[in-house]
Design a binder for this molecule. Structure first.
Ligand code: LLP
Length: 424
């Protein structure tokens, strides 16, 4: 189900509001538009899926979308948070996330950030030999024992784009599994600094087959059995994030959070484990569109182009991963409009600046609205200021249909402030 839908009148709606009406009342620049009720529904789907699994944690992967109001909303719905930088940790704390439901991940965590994590009682994943050293040092500085998980690579192929595959044995993340014993011995030798509480893995992102999670979980519980056999009282299995979403809008039925949880449920129960999951995309991607305006239409060689005001600066996934995100016009076209094949491109000076290729669309009028769907995850959080495009404002529609701004758009004045007080 999608919260942005074309109704019979030919207009695109978000929940019960016409997107075109929203375009008329907000700033005239590309903007991200979210449905707050859809965020709630997505969290509820995970919560329902986890029923019967006590003490499980939904650790929302903040990297997917770090809007502060969205974080507050997710926290109020009971989510924990997954962090990959000191600033994400600081933001999660500001948003009021319970630190004992937060997990600090990463292959290059810095000592100063680990100290903060230790002080706050955040779970920390051990990623390598040097990472273990830093966690021990941070525990000493903070004067706190740190709850740690070992990040293991189950080496299961997630069948996704190589840039978003992470759980294979040649990955830059996680420990070498052959060295498991070494890590266990180290943990044992630092009883005042480290408390091993679980094992973690993350396979990759945009995964659309739950068997992959099942295979990984089977491998992970074997590791957990091995670790427990050495007297470690560990209780957490963290299976990471990675569930894909329906980017193609073709009606294909994809696995739901329930399918994901059900495929590992018996393993978790049989070992009496607490399950941690780390969804990013499947919580937030489908709650949002990037709303753009058509600047004009042109043809060169054999190609037709729709040029819009949004670009790879606001939304880089198509350029970076060749990702497909569905594109639609927000208002109806005349019934006799001819449909052509267009590349939808931005104004950035790069041939890689496209939002979609070979899309069948009626030629849109200048100034009309065009949305890129499923833009809630890894879009605003990956936006840049390339070509001095400024990061867009964000709005959401609430349950009662009202629209409010949830982040200011960056301005040229903001940009000039970075140079204030410097010698010019
Ligand atoms: N946990 C860990 C350890 C991760 O590395 C990630 C994502 C997640 C959880 C959340 O995964 P999700 O449920 O969102 O798939 N920028 C790329 C995606 C990068 C994902 C990185 N890791 C994209 O736009 O497709």
């Amino acid at each position: 189900t999608h919260c942005f839908t074309k109704q019979e009148d030919g207009y695109l709606y978000v929940e019960k509001t016409k997107v075109e009406e929203i375009m008329e009342v907000v700033e005239k620049r590309p903007f991200y538009l979210y449905s707050k009720p859809q965020i709630t529904r997505n969290v509820e789907a995970y919560k329902e899926a986890l029923e019967g699994l006590d003490n499980s944690v939904i650790g929302y992967a903040i990297k997917a979308n770090n809007n502060f109001l969205i974080l507050n909303h997710l926290r109020s719905l009971g989510c924990g948070a997954v962090l990959v930088s000191g600033n994400e940790l600081r933001l999660a704390l500001k948003a009021g996330f319970d630190p004992t439901r937060c997990i600090f991940n990463g292959n290059g965590k810095l000592l100063e950030d680990l100290v903060l994590a230790a002080q706050e009682g955040v779970f920390v994943n051990i990623d390598s030999e040097f990472d273990l050293d830093n966690i021990v040092a941070a525990a000493r500085i903070a004067g706190k024992r740190v709850n740690v998980l070992l990040r293991i690579n189950p080496d299961v192929d997630p069948q996704v784009h190589p840039y978003v595959a992470t759980g294979n044995k040649n990955s830059k993340f996680g420990i070498r599994n052959e060295k498991l014993q070494w890590f266990l011995d180290q943990v044992k030798s630092y009883p005042d600094e480290l408390k091993l509480v679980g094992a973690h893995c993350h396979l990759g992102s945009t995964i659309t087959k739950v068997d992959i999670f099942r295979d990984a979980a089977e491998i992970m519980v074997k590791f957990i059995d091995e670790i427990r056999a050495q007297g470690f009282d560990i209780s957490y299995l963290n299976i990471g994030g990675g569930l894909g979403i329906d980017y193609y809008h073709t009606g294909t039925v994809l696995p739901t959070p329930r399918d994901l949880i059900d495929t590992v449920r018996d393993l978790v129960k049989s070992r009496n484990l607490n399950l941690i999951i780390e969804p990013g995309r499947s919580l937030i991607a489908n709650t949002c569109c990037l709303v753009n305006r058509v600047t004009g239409v042109k043809t060169n060689g054999t190609k037709n182009f729709i040029v819009i005001d949004g670009s790879m600066a606001e939304l880089i996934r198509p350029s970076l991963y060749d990702a497909y995100q569905h594109i639609e016009l927000v208002s109806p076209s005349p019934p006799d409009a001819t449909i052509s094949t267009f590349d939808v491109v931005g104004p950035v000076c790069e041939s890689a600046d496209f939002l979609g290729k070979n899309r069948e669309l009626p030629a849109p009028a200048r100034g009309s609205g065009l949305v890129v769907h499923d833009a809630g995850a890894y879009c605003m959080s990956m936006a840049s200021t390339y070509n001095l495009k400024m990061r867009p404002p964000e709005y959401w529609v609430e349950e009662d249909g009202s629209v409010s701004k949830i982040r200011h758009g960056e301005t040229f004045e903001d940009h000039m402030r970075y140079f204030e007080g410097l010698m010019i």
